[in-house]
Design a protein around this ligand. Sequence first.
Ligand code: UDX
Length: 439
Amino acid sequence: MRITVVGTGYVGLVTGTCFAETGNNVTCVDIDENKVKKLSSGQITIYEPGLEKLFERNLKEERLQFTTSLAEGIKDAQVIFLALPTPPGADGAADLSFVLRVAEQLGKLITDYKVIVDKSTVPVGTAEKVEEAIARNCKGEFDVVSNPEFLREGVAVEDFMKPDRVVIGTRSERARKVMGDLYAPFVRQGNPILYMDERSAELTKYAANSFLATKISFMNEVAVLCERLGADVDMVRRGIGSDDRIGKRFLFPGIGYGGSCFPKDVQALVKSSQDAQYDFKILNAVMEVNEKQKLFLVPKIKNFFNGDLKGKRFALWGLAFKPNTDDIREAPALYIIESLLKEGAEICVFDPEAMPNVQQIVGNKVRYAEHQYDCLQDADALIIATEWSVFRTPDFDKINESLKNKVIFDGRNLFDVQRMHELGFYYESVGRAVARQDV
Ligand code: UDX
């Protein structure tokens, strides 16, 4: 099939590359000339494990191309994906201006039947708005489909190639057939393609992300309670997660969810609810808990240093909002940095991928270490904000030698509390006992 993907951001680039990988001919369109130039010359613009290999292969085999011209990009395409940004506007609602602007332009360009697919996360009712925007000037036939994307950063290729489900929102038989054929190679293992109306598909995406965010905030509150009541959140997590109705996944407490999706989508669903004169109480609490959770470690750190962090030196491991990505949007680490700097502390950071992105925002207010152990030198404590695999089994002797105090604050529960006690560390994590040393 000939496919166009408009927008070469995270979702667009993964979508385009993975469709090319299954034999389709894909043209990606982006208004950013620089990006198109880079991508056309084989330079990938995002960090995502496994993507580069597929990208290079499909570029070489000419199943994947890039252009800044929408007219050129959609020529001969049967399906046009819109993978455009929908940032939160001032009122928290998703800003649809990018999507609707392209829809309007498409209207002027379409001459034969096209399936236009909303891949971006968009509020309920957007498919209708897109349809109106296209129809305003359109002479050709078309259908608008809502096909939300559920991929996770860091495992995006795997998620795209083997999705748990594909949601296709359309009431058109013709569009349904095209979309079914396109996705058939991705659901060979038996996972379902769920056909539904556009509005249900749009809401499915928000409800899924909001539900997952709820699970996380719920566990973060359980963790607080564990600390107060002397229970261990790891035990409680296992205890409840083995009930199939609850499920083992997404029950890990920590220093809050971040990223480009959860914070934005929960907020947008709250806003949609308000617009529909409904107060979605649980989600308000989910957001409130998460805001607090990002700074969960800070009072613990302050407390340990008797309320005075002036001149204290901290090593910070992990900046990305989660492992295997360089994405720092809404990353808890940034909030921790801001808060500690305000208290007069000095910070040296390390992250395997995200340091260049942090440098752009934080500049030289912190120091950047070349190696994870370099930033420990003479630090008063180590703080862990992201659970990169390289932090999971560190060389504790090295940590020991470098740190001024044997003190670790772990926002991702990477280590066993008893073991840390035996190794002689003061160790605080989330929802578990504190490993204290007598001396
Ligand atoms: C999420 C959804 O999972 C995906 O389906 C959607 O398409 C986009 O949003 P992503 O943002 O890439 O994907 O990351 P995910 O792995 O879901 O993690 C989100 C956040 O939740 C991270 O900050 C992570 O640290 C946090 N998290 C996750 C927890 O705090 N505890 C958990 O148990 C799981």
